[in-house]
Ligand binder design. Structure first.
Ligand SMILES: [Zn+2]
Length: 311
């Protein structure tokens, strides 16, 4: 049985002009950016200082500095580097084969993906919360890094890969438990599956996937799915309503590390704009809501957020 994994393009490892945040020897998933201008830092500091109830929206750009690639960044995002595309909701529901392939890869990538740690941007936002600056934080990320950092006032808009939901009875279980069940049901399988790429990606031959056994819910026998909103699915209505209420209580919006291309988060910018709540955007590259922002800063979250005094 032959197993291969996709090698990363050489330019990614030796890419010139990469941001200085890359650790030695690590693959850099942070797009190139210049250091923040002192005048921009002053302006974003003034914006945060003015806010009494800050509403924060974060996206993949916050986690690239923890070694998790995003989808869309030029040159370094998954879309640019690989032919890998996110799982579609409908495909997961209707095809046992797709679920088998998904879980086999997920099983292989999990030890690495689950070991990522919050970076200085997550920790800064956690401190802002502790000091009463952040009223609510909404993240599009499913990597649990805000909760690992200790953030409490948090909505994970697209769910979290660290939880598994049963599509039959709705019971939630920790992803770690499922990993143990995978290992028990597939003895020796992982050893044959070979290596995992630095971003947790793993390419498996069809024949190998066929031998991977996927457990079902221990309560009802239902299909297990990560508690994550796949592409093509929509965010739970009550979650959206809850977040709108937190936004209504806020007096400023800060977007950090998101291009806001996905409507599920963009809708809160539309609402903020309608209510004339001031918006600041910190992101490398253009965003869908640039025209709504009174302040727009293109720099790394890990450089800027820890440099701001919340009070
Ligand atoms: Zn169940």
């Amino acid at each position: 049985m032959m197993t291969t994994w996709r090698h990363l393009p050489r330019y990614l490892v030796t890419r010139r002009g990469a941001s200085s945040s890359a650790c030695a020897g690590a693959v850099n998933f942070v797009p190139t950016s210049r250091s923040i201008e002192p005048s921009d830092l002053e302006r974003i500091q003034a914006f945060v200082s003015r806010a009494r109830c800050l509403f924060v929206i974060t996206g993949a750009g916050l986690s690239t500095e923890s070694g998790i690639p995003d989808y869309r960044s030029e040159g370094v995002g998954l879309y640019a580097r690989t032919d890998r595309r996110p799982m579609q909701h409908v495909e997961f529901l209707r095809s046992a084969k797709s679920r088998q392939r998904y879980w086999a890869r997920n099983y292989m990538g999990w030890p690495q993906f689950s070991s990522h740690k919050p970076n200085s941007a997550h920790l800064a936002l956690r401190d802002w919360e502790a000091q009463g600056k952040v009223h609510w934080l909404v993240t599009q990320n499913v990597d649990a890094l805000h909760s690992k950092a200790g953030h409490q006032r948090l909505t994970e808009l697209h769910g979290c890969t660290h939880r598994v939901v049963c599509l039959g009875c709705g019971v939630l279980t920790p992803r770690e438990d499922l990993q143990r069940r995978f290992t028990e049901m597939n003895p020796g399988w992982a050893a044959e599956a070979g290596s995992v790429a630095p971003d947790g990606d793993v390419f498996l031959e069809d024949e190998q996937v066929l031998h991977f056994r996927v457990p079902s819910c221990q309560s009802c026998g239902g299909i297990l799915k990560p508690e994550v909103t796949f592409f093509g699915d929509s965010v739970n209505r009550s979650t959206v309503q809850f977040v709108h209420e937190r936004l209504d209580e806020s007096d400023a919006v800060l977007v950090a590390g998101s291009s806001l291309q996905v409507y599920s988060a963009y809708r809160f910018l539309l609402a903020a704009s309608e209510k004339l709540i001031p918006v600041a955007i910190l992101n490398i590259g253009a965003t869908r809501a640039d025209h709504m922002a009174e302040l727009r800063v293109s720099a790394r979250c890990g450089e800027v957020l820890p440099a701001i005094q919340p009070c």
